[in-house]
Ligand binder design. Structure first.
Ligand code: NAD
Ligand code: IPM
Ligand code: MN
Length: 347
């Protein structure tokens, strides 16, 4: 089993190193790693954020463990050369349309949530985010209006096949959980969202056992903070899912805690924390590696069929937190390396 390691930029390499140490500690037979540069790091080496060789490794591998990309020094580059294009390119090239972002609270972290403990306690939501369409991948550009004003534009569009595919992922996910699916859109304003809602309702005929509801995205954001416990599974588009998952992460303690799986139609996946390269803390040993360690657990579970070691990682993270492990984002002073050590000690 070949795992592609794509550490990337900023805290990406810092958290990937620790996730690999946790995987190594499990001594899984036949698990091989191969690393390649991606993002700003790749641009600096070879002039492109997603070099051919990196994409080739990602295609060859059985699963991909990804850190983060993004480097302020690259923000003025032409868009196609910016680090973020690497992760967008991987998602598109590999057909990773279904992004699962689970937000649940380790009970020990109730005091770390931005919400009052009695509200935070109940959060256990799976956000199913569409990942290869929407305003992210529509036509975009800069032009000049008739009045001579600069105008930026990004076309938001979904076709019905793209919506049906992710809707099915949402229904299947809900069915395997508590049977409740909330579809989030902005159908009161956007045509894209009206089609989204219509198609989700059509697909729901195949899932009579799943309890379907709909919310507008503004209300969904408010409800996630007011009463996160009301949600089981959320299915939503690329942009709304991006925003709602960062929001949900703070309900669950910290953005440094949330893992994700990005899956193709056959279950091949890229696994990454939902956070970015955190340039503000990079290089200081302060990053919380748990989101990446939990992403490695998702990788074992979803792509490599190694359920028992995945359980072991998740349980070890819980035990380490119960034992008092807190990185800075959780109000403590454990370093990135110490956090991983604490998990390894509990394996
Ligand atoms: P970010 O997620 O990198 O950081 C937001 C805040 O959360 C920062 O204060 C950061 O210090 C903190 N944070 C993030 N991860 C943390 C962790 N593991 N432990 C402790 N604190 C953590 O978002 P941003 O600052 O908006 O973006 C920085 C760069 O990352 C940008 O270039 C952006 O495009 C990129 N980005 C990449 C990805 C990705 O690779 N998938 C995701 C999000 C953002
Ligand atoms: C994420 C990130 C990416 C996104 C960026 C870096 C392209 O924010 O994975 O959540 O918007 O999808
Ligand atoms: Mn994001």
């Amino acid at each position: 089993m070949l795992v592609a390691l794509l550490p990337g930029d900023g805290i990406g390499p810092e958290v990937i190193v620790e996730a690999v140490r946790v995987l190594d500690a499990l001594e899984i037979d036949g698990l091989l790693f191969e690393e390649a540069p991606v993002g700003g790091a790749a641009y600096k080496q070879s002039g492109h954020p997603l070099p051919e060789a990196t994409l080739d490794l990602a295609k060859r591998a059985d699963a991909i463990l990804f850190g983060a990309v993004g480097d302020p020094a690259c923000d003025a580059l032409e868009r196609h050369l910016r680090p973020e294009q690497a992760i967008l390119g991987l998602r598109k090239e590999l057909g990773l349309f279904a992004n699962l972002r689970p937000a649940s609270l380790f009970p020990e972290l109730a005091d770390a949530s931005a919400l009052r403990p009695e509200i935070a306690r109940d959060i256990d939501v799976m956000i199913v985010r569409e990942l290869t369409g929407d305003v992210y991948f529509g036509e975009k550009g800069m032009r000049t209006t008739e009045e001579g004003l600069r105008e930026g534009y990004d076309i938001m569009a979904y076709d019905e096949a793209e919506i049906a595919r992710i809707a099915r992922s949402g229904f299947e996910t809900a069915r395997a959980r508590r049977g409740k699916l909330c579809s989030v859109d902005k159908a009161n304003v956007l045509e894209t969202s009206q089609l989204w809602r219509d198609v989700v309702v059509e697909i729901s005929a195949d899932y009579p056992d799943v309890d379907l509801s709909h919310l507008y995205v503004d209300n969904a954001a408010m409800q996630l903070v007011r009463d996160p416990g009301q949600f089981d599974t959320i299915v939503t588009g690329n942009l709304f899912g991006d925003i709602l998952s960062d929001l949900a992460s703070m309900c669950a303690g910290s953005i440094g805690m949330l893992p994700s799986a990005s899956l193709d139609k056959d279950g091949k996946g890229l696994y990454e924390p939902i956070h970015g390269s955190a340039p503000d803390i990079a290089g200081r040993g302060k990053a919380n590696p748990l989101a990446t360690i939990l992403s490695a657990a998702m990788m074992l579970r979803y792509s490599l069929d190694l359920v028992e070691p995945a359980d072991r990682i998740e349980q070890a993270v819980g035990k380490a937190l119960a034992d008092g492990l807190r990185t800075a984002d959780l109000g403590g002073d454990a370093s990135t390396e110490e956090a991983a050590n604490a998990v390894i000690a509990m394996l």
